[in-house]
Unconditional design. Structure first.
Length: 158
């Protein structure tokens, strides 16, 4: 740090305080920004969000008396991951299908990079996991699987 940096510190601190009071950053934006730093493995493929039923306005309306089910699809160069998110229960549940079918180790990771669930898909690529609560999550699939690198989904909020 040079002498010039020392002179700017009080000004930077004052500006930070001014902007924090006038236009604070929403907590969800901070959470997602921190989560985006978690994808640092260059040897892993990123499965990007392909489709999300929440974006479909008819799905948002829902049906009286039915538990909301959200369908989410991710695509990487080596696989597609389809999820049904059942959020109408006390504990959200994910039902998933990997294509092409693969038996893989799967971790569900929270925005703070902690693993909230670990499981393994069956020989048909199916998996099911109940979560303790909602929030921002991603899936980490594979690692030591034949035919390609590990796959990380992009982040979603459930």
């Amino acid at each position: 740090m040079g002498a010039h940096d020392d002179l700017e510190d009080p000004l930077v601190a004052e500006l930070r305080d001014l902007f924090a009071g006038a236009d604070p950053v929403p907590p969800l934006v901070i959470e997602i920004a921190k989560a985006s730093l978690g994808w640092r493995r260059l040897d892993a493929d990123l499965a990007e969000l392909l489709a999300d039923s929440v974006l479909d306005s008819e799905q948002l309306a829902g049906t009286r008396g039915s538990a909301p089910v959200r369908s989410v699809s991710f695509k990487s160069p080596s696989m597609t991951i389809d999820l049904d998110v059942h959020a109408g229960h006390e504990t959200p549940m994910l039902l998933g299908q990997i294509s092409p079918p693969s038996t893989l180790d799967i971790e569900v990771q929270a925005a703070d990079w902690t693993t909230v669930a670990s499981l393994r898909s069956d020989e048909l690529g199916r998996f099911r996991v109940s979560l303790a609560g909602g929030g921002t999550i991603r899936l980490l699939l594979g690692g030591e699987r034949a035919g390609g690198p590990a796959v990380h989904t992009s982040w979603i909020t459930i």
